[in-house]
Design a protein around this ligand. Structure first.
Ligand code: ADP
Ligand code: ZN
Length: 432
């Protein structure tokens, strides 16, 4: 049941020791990069100053802007001839950042992904369809290599082309898919159009869902529609990509692979550590990377540490599903709202379809939130009163959670534009 039992179930004390040893190595390697070399000189920091894990607090945070400002090679700790691969972020919030890997980095990353997949029950003999964009985005090749290492048969389907995806699943009896959650919901409409029932007419039993925030409701919906168990997969290109944190068969939060990463949770305002179990921003330090170590990286992702031991026996800390990025947070009439809160409420209302979008407008001096929601076709053919009742119900549900009254518009399926990649949940027209 474990890919590497010794590492996965390592007692806390030993894991702390391993982390400390690797942290020192990682900081030492980092000091040979132009960015950290200069920084350490400026603040008079010496890697030998690290005696305990909390001593890491003497190193300033690294931000996405630092990566952008020292683009492309300022974070390299090895000479360029040692590098074998480059990847970049999706550029969701601005210019994409690039990350470079040595052969050893690729090997460690591949192992972490294989370990993650194995933990969910995937095995040799499974047919794995990777429905993520290949290329610079890490979700394609990252999962691809991991699945091959595990010994599965990999179908590198790539993103989009929904009908072909369904055809591949049927022809080759795909058992495991890797898919963006919003796309999984969207793809279901194509299944319906083709008259194919994923529960009955495919061999699917596991889905890896990640790359964007989603609620527990959405997970459940994907599990019901597809007849699979869906496992949350978290990663970011700055920390390799997938294989950073992953759910085990218990599905109670994601284990962070602490032999590869050191994590902290901070209050994004004060930048101080939060109390144990409190919500805050995840900060990550790579422990094994040699090509481009990154220390105390502010992910901007909001989560918290789940306390207590996981029944699966793995000792690596668990984090809760990501609530959103600090920069996705909308402030409307003084209320802080994450898009996933809207998603969660919508998924609870029967009749709601699979896609939605939030549009923010400034009307006079007021910020107004418009929510466009796809609902099932039947509502548009039958009695329109039903449609209005549904609309009112949605307004009420949303208001009860976010405390402001959004303007809700119900639209037919396939109205809201869908990208092959991460869903664009919020369109902010409030500028100027
Ligand atoms: P970008 O930051 O440009 O989107 P990446 O492809 O590196 O580029 O995406 C990493 C980010 O995607 C994470 O920082 C996080 O915000 C989001 N993400 C990845 N996996 C998940 C997940 N399972 N749940 C929620 N958000 C996720
Ligand atoms: Zn577990």
């Amino acid at each position: 049941m474990y890919w590497e039992k010794d590492v996965e179930t390592m007692p806390r004390e030993k894991l702390d020791e391993l982390q400390l040893a690797r942290l020192k190595e990682s900081i030492t390697r980092a000091s040979s990069s132009s960015f950290y070399g200069t920084l350490f000189n400026e603040i008079g920091f010496n890697p030998d100053d690290i005696r305990s894990l909390t001593d890491i607090e003497n190193i300033p945070f690294t931000t996405k802007d630092n990566l952008r400002d020292h683009w492309p090679y300022g974070f390299l700790s090895v000479s360029k001839d040692k590098l074998v691969r480059m990847h970049s972020s999706s550029g969701t919030t601005g210019r994409a950042t690039v990350v470079f890997h040595t052969a050893q980095d690729i090997d460690a990353w591949t192992n972490a992904v294989a370990r993650s997949m194995y933990m969910t029950g995937m095995r040799r003999g499974d047919v794995f369809q990777n429905m993520m964009a290949y290329g610079l985005f890490t979700g394609g090749l990252g999962f691809h290599y991991g699945a091959e290492r595990l010994g599965a048969l990999v179908i590198p389907a790539g993103a989009g082309n929904s009908k072909r995806q369904i055809q591949l699943m049927q022809d080759f009896e795909t058992t495991v898919i890797h898919i963006i959650p919003s796309y999984a919901l969207h793809l279901y409409k194509v299944f319906e159009e083709m008259g194919v029932d994923p529960r009955e007419d495919t061999s699917l039993n596991i889905a890896f869902i990640g790359a964007e925030p989603h609620s527990e409701k959405t997970r459940k919906k994907i599990e019901e529609l597809y007849g699979v168990r869906a496992f949350n997969s978290y990663g970011l290109s700055e920390m390799n990509g997938p294989g950073v944190a992953f759910e085990c068969e218990i599905q109670g939060g994601m284990h962070v692979w602490e032999d590869n990463f050191f994590i902290e949770i901070i209050d994004p305002e004060t930048m101080k550590p939060v109390l144990d179990g409190e919500e805050g921003e995840l900060v990550m330090t790579s422990l094994l990377r040699e090509g481009m170590p990154i220390l105390r990286y502010r992910t901007r992702d909001i989560t918290r540490i789940i306390s207590g031991e996981c029944p699966c026996g793995r000792s690596h800390k668990r984090i809760e599903r990501i609530k959103g990025r600090t920069d996705d947070m909308m402030i409307i009439k003084g209320v802080n709202i994450f898009p996933v809160q809207i998603e969660k409420k919508l998924m609870e209302v029967p009749g709601v379809g699979t896609d939605f979008q939030i549009i923010l407008e400034r009307e006079g001096f007021d910020d107004v939130m418009h929510v466009r929601v796809e609902v099932q076709k039947e509502f548009f053919t039958g009695n329109l009163k039903q449609l209005e009742n549904l609309r009112r119900k949605i307004v009420g549900e949303l208001k009860s959670d976010i405390l402001i009254t959004p303007k809700v518009e119900l639209v037919e399926p396939n109205t809201i534009p869908k990208s092959d990649g991460k869903a664009v949940r919020v369109v902010d027209n409030r500028h100027d």
